[in-house]
Every structure is written in structure tokens, then in C-alpha cells.
Design a protein around this ligand. Structure first.
Ligand code: FAD
Length: 457
């Protein structure tokens, strides 16, 4: 029998890789190594979910003094100090990176602070030339933001750069209409930046429920974000001599507009370049993502891949699930396919979107549905004369009465949808929701008190 240096070699110390490594070592007693070329914790902890959510919190205080004044408080709104916030943010990220390193160490995983590539089906080569053999190799290298192919695109920043800015610009153009573009439009607007957002499609947040998309787009505009859809750009140029100075943007309609900074949130690409994957027989898809089966196994039986590098559902909890399922399958003798159905998720715009299941238009294509929806001004901000509205929406199968989709646009919708997600994953029907007594007075009580369908289709 062939002997290997390790039972498992994980490439990438992000959400999926760290979880798989430490569970394989800690719970299945496997001999495990992990290579990370940058910082432990990966996209989520260092340049994604965590710093972004902290920025969401930072920007959410902007509105508070005004609302509080309607409740009788005398609060003077001061200025936002980016440098002070960034200092606290960096301290927190350093702490979290330390936690990730420690988790690996305490589980007995050997970590290498090195870039790694695959040499053959059982061999990993590090940047320093060292090679290690392993019975199984797990690729968990995630993805990276990409700029569009246009003239001087490098003058624009991407999401990785936002957390390192020395100062916040006065004005910023955000290009893109996905969740990252919309979240940062809201965050930066809240922090005092004049935000313009261009999206080439008809409406932002493609793939989410249309009614929710429209409500969020309207709320963003009402808040003062200059959101322009069906607008695209063709080139960037420096507006003056300063390489860090304002940028002139040429729009596809020929108009030229100047911004202090341009931020491309125009998509991400799996990290599969120069990793020796295709050379050993791993198959890549059209966006260079690693193709895997339901057990996350690639075309090479000893090589598996999880997380964003497989471009299935690019979310942290999904990468973690895929990592856990991989360990169950390969190290615990319990073949576990990854369940990608009914994944609840949130978009941290202001207001937030929480969503699980099918959109109205997806569900309508599959069978007859009843739609229950209500949109209203929530108590807390209506009291302060704010125009903001929330949306509570259920899509119900006429045949089974099961809830096929739930879409909530409201403050803390991310928190609400986690709870609704449990019931819906259990197969709850509309009648189950109806049998549940409302919690009063809350926004979410509407989700159990909508009696008649708004429309059917
Ligand atoms: P990653 O976390 O990207 O980790 C991959 C690691 O591999 C990285 O550390 C990288 O340095 C390393 N690596 C790459 N190549 C090599 C190599 N050859 N050798 C060694 N190391 C290598 N998800 C949510 O669920 N909720 C959110 O709110 C959310 N917000 C996001 C906001 C932003 C701005 C971004 C960019 C992403 C966000 N995501 C969010 C997505 C989430 O971050 C990813 O889905 C998740 O991090 C994927 O985990 P992963 O393990 O696949 O890859």
C-alpha cells in the first residue's frame, strides 16, 4: 500500500477549507495539512462578510440621530471618522485571523503560509518548492473580484480594496447591480459618500424577487443614492495629473462624468489559474470553476473541491456545509451529498432583504401559485415621518399549499429569514403559518396574518 505524508491536504484557508481541515483532523483523526497564501479566514473574514457587516453597522448609525429626535432625544450628529473605524476594524480582523490559526493548530492541522499548486493526483507543491503527498487533496481556493474589460479599468477599485482606503472619497461611482454593489452603495452613502450607481441591466439584484428588487431600488433612491439602471460605461481616464485623483468616466451613451473614485462590483472569478488543475485532469467549467459531483469530487477521484471555487452557491455557510459533507463522505464513511435546496440568504442593503426559496416568477413557471404580499411603513420609522416601506411576501403552491418562497424587505430581514427558513425547510404550508399566533406589535407578525392572496397565477 502506498504511504502518503498526509491523509488530506487542503489548499485555501477560507471558510470552507478551514472547516474541512479542522473537522477531518479533530473529529476523524486524519493527518491534515493546509496551505494559505494570504490571510487565514479567507474572503469572508478578511475582505467579505465580516468587514462588510461591520461597515453596515457603522453606516446604520447615520439615520439614528434624526429618528431619535422624533422620539424626544436631543442628539447632535457628529461626523463619521473613517480612520478611527478602520483602526477598530483592523484590530478585529487581526483577532479573527488569530482565532482561525488557533483553531487549526488546536485541531492538529499543519499549516503552511504558502501558495500551493497541484503537481499530480496525490502531490501538492508549495511556492518554496517543497512537495507533500496526500491521499486526498481538497481545493478550497475561493474566488476574486474582476474588473470589466474596458480602457484603464485598473483606475477603479474592487471590493478587496475598499477596506484599505486611506480616506473615504467625496464622490464614488459604483458599477454593478449585484448584492455586493448594492450593499456598498448603501454602506458608503450612509458613511457620507455621494454615491452614484450604474447598472447595465433593467433592475438591480437580478435573480431576486422582482417586487423586492423594486422596493429596494426605490428605497435606495429615496435615501439619496443616484441609482441609474440601463447605464454602462466604456472607459476610464484620470481627470487630472494625480494618479490618486478624480477619474473621468465615459458612459456608453457618450456622456463624460467625473468621480473621486470608481468601484467595480462587476463579478467574481474562481481562483483556478496556474494551479495545475487541468494538467492533472480536473475539469473546469466556462467561468473556470471546478466541476464537481454532488459529493464535491472532481474528475480526478483523489481531488475534491468546495466553496466559491466550484461556483455553486457562493455563500460562506454553503462553503462550510460543503466542507462538512466532504469530511462525512471521505473520512467518516457516510456518503453525504450537499443539499443546496432552500438556502436562506440576506442582502445587507438598507433596508435589508431576507430571502428563501423561489421568486414569484420562478414559482409561477412551475405550477399554480397564490401570492400573499403586504407592504407598509413600519411603526418605528413611520413615527419619525420616514417614507420607508417594508415588504412581507409568501409564495404558496396551490396544489400542496407549501410555502415555496418567502421574501422580506425590512430592517433586520436577515435575522427574520433565518427563522422563516427553518419552517420552510421543514415543508411548512400556508395553513401552518396561519395557525401560528402573531407576535404583536412587530413587523413580522404580518407574515402570519395575511389572510387572502394578493394575486394568483
Ligand atoms: P475563500 O473564503 O475565498 O477562501 C479561499 C482562500 O484560499 C483564500 O484565503 C485565498 O487566499 C486562498 N488561496 C487561493 N488560492 C490559493 C493557493 N493557490 N494556495 C493557497 N491558498 C490559496 N457570503 C455570505 O454568506 N454572506 C455575506 O454577507 C457575504 N458577503 C460577502 C461580501 C463580499 C464583499 C464578498 C467578496 C463575499 C461575500 N460573501 C458573503 C461570500 C463569501 O465570502 C464566500 O462565499 C466565502 O468566503 C467562500 O469561502 P471559500 O472557502 O470557498 O473561499
Amino acid at each position: 500500500m502506498m504511504s502518503f505524508d498526509y491523509d488530506l491536504f487542503v489548499i485555501g484557508g477560507g471558510s470552507g477549507g478551514v472547516r474541512a481541515a479542522r473537522v477531518a483532523a479533530g473529529e476523524a483523526n486524519a493527518k491534515v495539512a493546509l496551505a494559505e497564501e494570504d490571510r487565514y479566514g479567507g474572503t469572508c473574514v478578511i475582505r467579505g462578510c465580516v468587514p462588510k457587516k461591520l461597515m453596515v453597522y457603522a453606516s446604520s448609525y447615520a439615520d439614528m440621530p434624526e429618528t431619535a429626535a422624533h422620539y424626544g432625544w436631543e442628539i447632535n450628529k457628529g461626523a463619521f471618522n473613517w480612520e478611527s473605524f478602520r483602526g477598530h476594524l483592523n484590530t478585529e480582523l487581526d483577532r479573527l485571523e488569530g482565532v482561525y490559526r488557533k483553531l487549526l493548530k488546536n485541531s492538529g492541522v499543519d499549516s503552511f503560509d504558502q501558495r500551493a499548486r497541484i503537481k499530480d493526483a496525490h502531490t501538492v507543491e508549495l511556492d518554496n518548492g517543497d512537495t507533500y503527498t496526500a491521499k486526498h487533496i481538497l481545493v478550497a481556493t475561493g474566488g476574486r473580484p474582476v474588473r470589466p474589460e474596458l480602457k484603464n479599468a485598473e483606475l477603479g477599485i474592487v471590493s478587496d480594496d475598499i477596506f484599505h482606503l486611506e480616506t473615504l472619497p467625496k464622490s464614488m461611482l459604483i458599477v454593478g447591480g449585484g448584492y455586493i454593489a448594492c450593499e456598498f452603495a448603501c454602506i458608503l452613502h450612509g458613511l457620507g459618500v455621494e454615491v452614484t450607481q450604474y447598472y447595465r441591466g433593467e433592475q438591480i439584484l437580478r435573480g431576486f424577487d422582482d417586487e423586492a428588487r423594486e422596493l429596494i431600488a426605490n428605497s435606495m433612491k429615496e435615501r439619496g443614492i443616484d441609482l441609474q439602471v440601463e447605464t454602462d460605461i466604456s472607459a476610464l481616464a484620470l481627470a487630472g495629473d494625480d494618479s490618486n485623483g478624480p477619474v473621468r468616466v465615459t458612459r456608453k451613451d457618450g456622456e463624460e462624468v467625473e468621480f473621486d473614485m470608481v468601484f467595480f462590483a462587476t463579478g467574481r472569478r474562481p481562483n483556478t489559474d496556474s494551479m495545475g488543475l487541468e494538467e492533472v485532469g480536473v475539469k473546469l467549467g466556462r467561468s473556470s470553476e471546478i466541476e464537481v459531483d454532488e459529493y464535491s469530487q472532481t474528475a480526478v477521484p483523489s481531488i475534491y473541491a468546495i466553496g466559491d471555487v466550484t461556483d455553486r452557491v457562493n455563500l460562506t455557510p454553503v462553503a462550510i456545509r460543503e466542507g462538512m459533507a466532504f469530511v462525512e463522505t471521505v473520512f467518516k464513511g457516510n456518503p453525504t451529498p450537499v443539499d443546496h435546496a432552500l438556502i436562506p440568504s440576506a442582502v445587507f442593503t438598507q433596508p435589508e432583504l431576507g430571502t428563501v426559496g423561489l421568486t414569484e416568477s420562478e414559482a409561477a413557471k412551475l405550477g399554480a401559485i397564490d401570492v400573499y404580499a403586504t407592504s407598509f411603513r413600519p411603526m418605528q420609522t413611520a413615527f419619525a415621518d420616514k417614507p420607508e416601506k417594508v415588504l412581507m411576501k409568501l409564495i404558496v403552491s396551490q396544489e400542496s399549499r407549501k410555502i415555496l418562497g418567502c421574501h422580506i424587505v425590512a430592517p433586520d430581514a436577515g435575522e427574520l429569514i433565518q427563522m422563516a427558513g427553518i419552517a420552510i425547510k421543514m415543508g411548512a404550508t400556508k395553513e401552518d403559518f396561519d395557525r401560528t399566533v402573531a407576535v404583536h406589535p412587530t413587523m413580522s407578525e404580518e407574515i402570519v396574518t395575511m389572510r387572502s392572496p394578493t394575486r394568483s397565477g
